[in-house]
Write a protein that binds this ligand. Structure first.
Ligand SMILES: Nc1ncnc2c1ncn2[C@@H]1O[C@H](COP(=O)(O)OP(=O)(O)OP(=O)(O)O)[C@@H](O)[C@H]1O
Ligand SMILES: [Mg+2]
Length: 483
């Protein structure tokens, strides 16, 4: 098992335990406050240390690490704000919650702007305080985990911008590292937005070809003639508009990697030409007479099932086997929900930097719908949602109010359909019904009995609909719920 996987598991076990444990340092000059906070937190299972002055607190922080610091704003020896600044400059990931007396909330707000995660106002409400402490520690752990995971992955491979700690993603990282050094053709399969192009780039960047070009070409978006002249180049006069000769992308990518995206939409004719280059690495310019030899590594990607296209006679079987030397299946985001908090954190950083915003976190209320949602557009959709929230936000946090209506059940509950232009009202209604039933089944982890109960219809009715609408059951539910 990879080093990253081990780190992840240990961390997960910690935070999955029913009472969230963690280490907390309380810095407050009032003994009474220290003691009552200490008792409250120890009863919850936290390990707690205390300090009566700023100096003592800094000393303890220098001795060991804490998951959370509770810091009084008004200390006798040093101003809490100064201590906060010093702590943050030493360790920007340190989680600090300010303790403030009634009437000094304004200062607490300033402290939050300077990097504190929250504040506790005296006299506090025990339940709220414990909830805030739990949230602060959970967030701190997620950040630490992200940093450690990135460090571990970076040491092993150059995967700087790829985030993931789920078992399938860790397997993919291992596979990428194994296949990168060779020249073998790789086929990446996965739904739209799952990260196929990102993985293709990672393979290239971890290969001996990294200093040569990585050339992506979207084979699905071009008419066949244009695609062929783009890939193979042409000589002057090869066709009416060929007023000068032009290199093809196979030559541009020589000694590098050619990324053939959306490979499933190529015509049979183009497929035969590609097959020829794959077989002997030779090709001719359109209209040309000389054979050219290239050294290109091919990575292909598809979001449709190529085997199915082969069965339907729409994709050449021999080309499929040529491409499918090593295949990597990118899992849907809804199948690896444990990656969602890490991805949220990653995109939050990315778009805060890009938009010059100081947004520190997504609140637990904001994170819940993000984890629960089914993400039909996978990581790309999640990235867009976070970018939008960052741009719309005006404070240091992102809550559920900044998420799209359909994710948090605001506004219409009807899904927005992309209509086919020739669809009748009945087709559209059927599409809606299919989407609603699929969404509910996903929410119920594909347990039909539970879904039927939540829809308040008999199981037999739901099963008839599933059959009629050809809904594919991803994972079987309980025995009695099977079709
Ligand atoms: N594991 C990940 N970590 C970080 N960012 C990711 C990850 N997976 C995908 N992304 C980001 O999500 C977006 C979509 O990824 P990408 O373009 O690689 O998907 P794709 O599978 O090629 O999608 P499509 O089939 O629609 O072309 C990109 O901005 C990419 O950087
Ligand atoms: Mg892509």
């Amino acid at each position: 098992m990879s080093e990253a996987a081990v780190i992840t598991r240990n961390k997960l076990n910690d935070s999955d335990s029913p009472t969230m444990t963690g280490s907390i340092l309380i810095i407050d000059d009032e003994a009474e406050i220290r003691e009552s906070l200490e008792t409250l937190l120890e009863l919850e299972g936290y390990s707690v240390e205390t300090a009566g002055t700023g100096q003592q607190g800094l000393y303890r922080i220098g001795q060991r690490t804490f998951d959370l610091i509770l810091l009084d704003l008004a200390l006798p020896d040093r101003n809490g704000m100064d201590i906060l600044a010093e702590l943050r400059s030493q360790d920007p990931n340190l989680s600090v919650m300010m303790i403030t007396a009634y009437g000094t909330v304004e200062n607490a707000v300033k402290a939050i702007q300077s990097g504190a995660v929250n504040f506790v106002q005296k006299p506090w409400d025990n339940e709220k305080l414990l909830a805030d402490v739990r949230a602060a520690i959970a967030r701190h752990r997620a950040e630490e985990e992200n940093v450690q995971l990135k460090r571990a992955l970076k040491q092993r491979y150059n995967f700087e911008h790829i985030v993931g700690k789920s078992e399938p993603m860790l397997k993919i990282f291992d596979l990428v590292a194994q296949v990168a050094p060779s020249r073998s053709t790789v086929l990446l399969q996965g739904e739209s937005g799952t990260g196929k192009e990102l993985i293709a780039k990672a393979i290239h960047l971890n290969s001996p070809r990294r200093d040569r070009p990585f050339v992506p070409v979207n084979t699905g978006s071009m008419p066949p003639d244009l695609l062929e002249s783009t890939l193979f180049g042409h000589v002057k006069g090869a066709f009416t508009s060929a007023i000068a000769s032009k290199k093809g992308l196979f030559e541009v990518a020589d000694k590098g990697t050619l990324f053939l995206d959306e490979i499933g939409s190529m015509t049979m004719d183009t497929q035969s030409k590609i097959l020829r280059v794959l077989q002997d690495r030779k090709f001719m310019h359109l209209g040309g007479i000389h054979e050219l030899q290239v050294d290109v590594r091919i990575i292909a990607a598809t979001n449709v099932d190529l085997r199915q296209l082969v069965r339907e006679g729409k994709f050449r079987e021999d080309l499929f086997y040529r491409l499918n030397v090593i295949s990597i299946d990118l899992p849907q985001l809804r199948q690896r929900k444990e990656d969602i908090p890490l991805l949220v954190e990653h995109f939050l950083r990315k778009y805060s930097l890009e938009n010059e915003r100081e947004i520190r976190r997504v609140t637990p209320e904001g994170l819940r719908p993000l984890v629960a949602y089914s993400w039909p557009g996978n990581v790309r959709e999640l990235e867009n949602v976070i970018e939008r929230a960052v741009v719309l936000s005006s404070g240091p946090e992102i809550g559920s109010d900044l998420l799209p209506d359909h994710m948090v059940g605001r506004g219409t509950t009807m899904p927005v359909m992309e209509h086919r232009p020739d669809a009748s009202l009945f087709d559209i209604l059927e599409d809606c019904e299919r989407r609603i039933i699929t969404d509910m089944l996903e929410k119920c982890n594909w347990n039909q009995t539970e879904a039927a109960e939540r829809f308040r219809v008999p199981l037999s009715t739901l099963n008839q609909k599933i059959k009629r609408l050809s809904i594919e059951i991803k994972k079987k539910g309980r025995e009695e719920g099977r079709l």
